[in-house]
Design a protein around this ligand. Structure first.
Ligand SMILES: Nc1ncnc2c1ncn2[C@@H]1O[C@H](COP(=O)(O)OP(=O)(O)OP(=O)(O)O)[C@@H](O)[C@H]1O
Ligand SMILES: [Mg+2]
Length: 252
């Protein structure tokens, strides 16, 4: 099967004045098949968010390659990036910033759909459907980002990302702020989409039980590098690295 995402020798250096440069991501390589659910775990500051931001083209790679559905997007911008965003969407931890404060959540989601070629009528219908699937009632479409709770805004951000019907969804601690029952609903929605549409996930999460339950494979990051990789079963139940064992012990 063709790979959906291929990341090769990815490196990100943040140059610093008067201090050593920060190497946030160092020689990270992995790939993702359509429909696969891959988790990245690792201690705080290990480079997980930077990997997600690199793939999502929110920051430029210092070295390495990012191939999405056969296309090299390492330096993508403009029309090529827009095309990439039809295949790949991401939800980060602080979604409030990702919505325009002057637009209602409904308009924010609809605009994104219109941007990706839907008519206004289609966009409105899809928005309502997705908000409902993310456990948000009809009235949320008319609310502004500052008028909803953090968890509600998070669900609206997930709804917006799913509305595009991407092949890959990157979730960076995107379900962490949700209470357990809503989180379970979102995870079951993600599982359903994985089965129905072969949707793949890059899932960054501190909740090891959730990772074990949801993901097929796990990458473990330490100081910018992947130090262990395997099936969720292998990595969580039988970690090879002392670092992974300590990481798992500290969160369980
Ligand atoms: N814009 C930046 N400028 C300088 N250093 C940065 C920048 N962004 C991240 N870093 C550094 O890069 C390293 C990796 O950060 P990153 O946010 O990727 O970690 P993380 O694994 O997502 O951590 P957490 O679990 O706390 O979210 C950290 O040392 C961080 O301080
Ligand atoms: Mg992070």
């Amino acid at each position: 099967m063709d790979k959906l995402l291929q990341v090769a020798h990815l490196k990100k250096v943040f140059p610093q004045k008067d201090r050593p440069d920060i190497v946030a991501v160092d020689d990270v390589s992995f790939s993702l098949q359509p429909g696969e659910k891959l988790a990245i775990i690792g201690e705080s500051g290990s480079g997980k968010t930077t990997v997600a931001r690199l793939i999502a083209r929110l920051t430029d790679a210092t070295e390495g390659k990012i191939i999405l559905a056969g296309e090299d997007i390492t330096r993508a911008g403009g029309a090529q990036l827009k095309k990439a965003y039809a295949k790949m969407q991401m939800v980060f931890q602080n979604p409030v910033d990702s919505f325009d404060p002057r637009c209602t959540l409904g308009d924010g989601i609809s605009e994104s759909l219109i941007n990706h070629g839907r008519s206004r009528a289609q966009a409105t219908a899809i928005t309502q459907k997705l908000l409902a699937m993310c456990e948000l009632g009809e009235e949320f479409a008319r609310r502004y980002p500052h008028e909803v709770s953090g968890g509600q805004c998070q669900r609206a951000a997930i709804a917006r990302a799913l509305a595009i019907e991407p092949q890959l969804l990157i979730l960076d601690e995107a379900t962490s702020a949700l209470d357990v029952t809503v989180q379970a609903e979102i995870i079951s929605l993600l599982n359903r989409l994985q089965q129905e549409r072969q949707m793949a996930y890059l899932f960054i999460c501190h909740d090891i039980a959730l990772v074990q339950d949801f993901c097929d494979r796990v990458l473990v990051m330490q100081a910018g590098r992947v130090v262990e990789a395997g099936t969720a079963e292998e990595v969580i139940n039988n970690p090879r690295q002392a670092y992974t064992r300590t990481l798992l012990d500290s969160v369980l």
